[in-house]
Design a protein around this ligand. Structure first.
Ligand SMILES: [Zn+2]
Ligand SMILES: [Zn+2]
Length: 178
């Protein structure tokens, strides 16, 4: 409570700066940086792999072997500055990144015609990694999205039973499907 009051006071005293270019901004990132983000505008509706142009269609891989889920969506492509923001969030407690990433993801999701989900369920960390890191980056993102979309964030219905290897430095093909 005290922290949020203090940060509110700082916002009153200091102009907000864009998290990416440090110019004065009216939100966590400025309009120019926002427009330059690598939005995943055209993608396979099944696995969210980027496509060059619309209309969106099933990729060859999903057409041949449909994945065991109905649909997926990704706001961004994994390119600069998103890759650095995600790595900062995972390894350096980049909560400011969680704030603007979650906000932009939520805004992009709200613009889609599909109905919103009933709740957000962040993929949990294994308890060992959570203990070492002290926070869950997926939970921080889900909280930021949930605030904007007025969605409940469910932290109880999923648990990671096995520790998995770190994904940084791996190609998309080497990463587990989840
Ligand atoms: Zn900027
Ligand atoms: Zn696909």
């Amino acid at each position: 409570m005290v922290d949020s009051r203090l940060s509110g006071l700082f916002h009153l005293l200091l102009p907000e700066r864009c998290s990416l270019c440090r110019q004065a901004a009216t939100g966590p990132i400025c309009t120019d940086c926002r427009e330059d983000l690598p939005w995943n505008r055209h993608a396979c509706p099944s696995c969210a792999r980027p496509q060059e142009s619309g209309p969106d269609h099933l990729c060859a891989s999903c057409a041949e072997t449909p994945p065991p889920f109905d649909a997926s969506w990704s706001a961004f492509r994994y390119q600069a500055p998103i890759d650095l923001a995600v790595q900062g969030l995972k390894y350096n407690a980049g909560f400011r990144s969680a704030h603007w990433l979650g906000l932009e993801m939520a805004r992009a999701r709200a613009q889609r015609p599909q109905p919103l989900p009933q709740l957000l369920l962040p993929v949990p960390l294994h308890t060992g990694r959570l203990r070492r890191r002290g926070y869950s980056q997926a939970l921080e993102l889900a909280r930021a999205m949930g605030r904007v979309l007025s969605l409940e964030v469910d932290t109880r219905s999923a648990r990671r039973l096995r520790p998995t290897a770190d994904q940084i430095g791996k190609s998309a093909a080497e990463r587990p499907a989840m």
